[in-house]
Design a protein around this ligand. Sequence first.
Ligand code: ADP
Ligand code: ZN
Ligand code: ZN
Length: 736
Amino acid sequence: MSYAQVIVFKKLGEFDDSLTYRIPKSLESSVKEGSFVEFPFRERKGQGIVASIVENIPAGVPEEKIRELNAVVRTDGIHPNHLKLARFIASYYRTSEARSLRLMVPKGLWEGAFEEPKTILVGSVAGITTPPRGKKAQKILEILSQAGGPLPLEGLKEQSGGFTADTLTRLVELGMVQKSEAPFFAPFDPKSAVLKESDKQLTPEQEEALAQIRSSDKPMLLLGVTGSGKTELYLRLIHETVRQGKQAILLVPEIALTPQTIGYFRQSFGDAIALFHSKLSEGERLKMWWKVRTGSAALVIGSRSAVFAPVSNLGLVILDEEHEWTYKQESAPYYRTHRIAEEMAKLWGSKLVFGSATPSAESFQKTSSGEYGIVRLLDRIQKTEMPLIHLVDLREEFKKRNFSVFSLLLQNKIRDRLAKNEQVILFVNQRGLANAVVCRDCGYTEKCPRCDIALKYHRFYQNSGFRSQNSAADRLVCHYCQFEKAPDLLCPECRSPYIKHVGVGTQRVEEEVKKMFPKARVVRADKDTTDGKTGFEPIYHDFLEKKFDILVGTQMVAKGLDFGNVSLIGIVLADVGLHQPDFRSSERLYQILTQVSGRCGRRGDRGEVVLQTYNPTHPTIRMAAEQRYPEFIESELRHRQAFGYPPYSRMIKFTVVGSDVGKLSKHIVAEREIIEDVAKANALPVTVASAPASIPKMADRYYYHVLIRSERPEILLDHWKIPKGWRIDVDPVHTT
Ligand code: ADP
Ligand code: ZN
Ligand code: ZN
């Protein structure tokens, strides 16, 4: 006797656990792991996915309660490899199998639409001599008799100028027309499909890289500056995969899903593409899902969640711009796309390629450890030069009593560009703005002596209930180890009184630039001037059409956009990123500085960047200014190793919420002690710290983070019961 463990679709409510059903003899051959099935549930019928088939009744399930499956809705619902993937996610990210499976099933399907889309065909019945009543009905028959075979309902409607369902029903009842069904999606056939090859001749460097990727059986990191021809290589690799009758998944950051990118691949693969992005309606998403599931799509292109597209014969996965933080899902189960892609590549034995100009420390480290291979593209295809970067020391400006947010050099260069009718971007880094404490005379920042990350400035820290001694309201706190101290009044380094938070907002920059250059047309792009629906696009187009001379903007102006007429970029205060209280602050800063700099001089003349900083000697800023990625990442990795940060350790972040802050902090402190005891009992070195979240209070509820760092945190998680209500983020990208 065998039993099916079934994960129930939503119609009946949300369940985390699977239910057990007996498989009747009549269904034994058709029920498989991954099948969609129907079963009795209380007085109703339910549907779900068979997560596993077992020979014995699972422990704790009373035999007399077990009922029989009614029917199989679809034998091959979820591919067995996706079930395995769900199991992996459940165990790695500490969530339920049901929740993991939901990542792979679109909402529409989960809520009951689990039948494959069909095309309804309408055909005429032979031997009708008397015409039906009604003009519409006569028209329908006329079209059908001319067609010489059944027509899809949609096409028939279009040709006849539309008709009601009643008209058609009447014709069916009269026996004059017949309805039938056909599959909506035809499977893609590589032998008969027309795949357009690229007409470009690969450069010797590209040829060499392609050969290396082809011959390696490891995941490959493709390190190449923008414009070095990475996308062209993706195209070739996808072609080879598709021609072998396999499917490929190309993942891009949401922002890179532009019509140009898509058009580039459409040219080659036509309709054999399934596109997944955040603007799809639920209905469209469901259709795309079936397009992949039925094998009608050979290539999946999409952002993060497209990694879960229901492929059945995967040959290749590519993560383009792999350093982008959007590859981490910032809600449960907080997966990182890289980890998922690795698992998929293992399950299917498919190729895996990560591409970037500034790969993440995690991926780069894996090339050193031998887990990934690496290939480089060092030259740009069109030999345009990288921009010239000027480093400006803001401490000197401060000494000259220039209190403007613009250095004299930047002012001069803006004036020059305005005179030449060229455009300028002023970039304002706004991450971690309010929390950094910097000396304006010498650039000193307060860091944790144990963890070497910026201390985070907290106002009214005593209210949080964590403080042990009595002290002033303001505290500097380390979010990784619980170290805390009072803010200094004088700089410990140079005794200057000008030690305080630094940070400049976009509004302030906009005001100053307007005052200084009253004739310039200035536009600002930040979260106040862009709305959620259209985002940055309208401003982007206006700026592209030269309706403005100067664009003042945050991160959103930094990514992937192509401005032909911009010849100067001002980075107003590079340091802001440097002082994020996060061990990845240097990596993020390097990436953002590289991206911003890449926005200028993309055609024609060489662009210029003015990078303003209080820390011109800081290695990250220096190496970013000189664009020395390999050197930067190697020193960054040495630093991470010295302080035991990922990828040399792992982190787990918990978010804990409560309305009584006193109770909440007591609870957290008590759990922290338990965690330390469990770690000790398992001889596992761990660091555990807790602190208020970046937004510590929302809607009368207090938010806290508990951060655990260890080489093997999974051992801790196996031995310590996560308290109810603690939200877990395994391998967090934002640690504070
Ligand atoms: P990346 O993805 O690294 O930014 P792309 O693949 O988009 O680079 O290439 C940059 C530009 O060079 C594109 O316009 C592309 O069409 C062109 N290109 C790429 N490879 C070649 C080649 N071998 N010959 C001619 N043009 C090429
Ligand atoms: Zn100082
Ligand atoms: Zn610390």
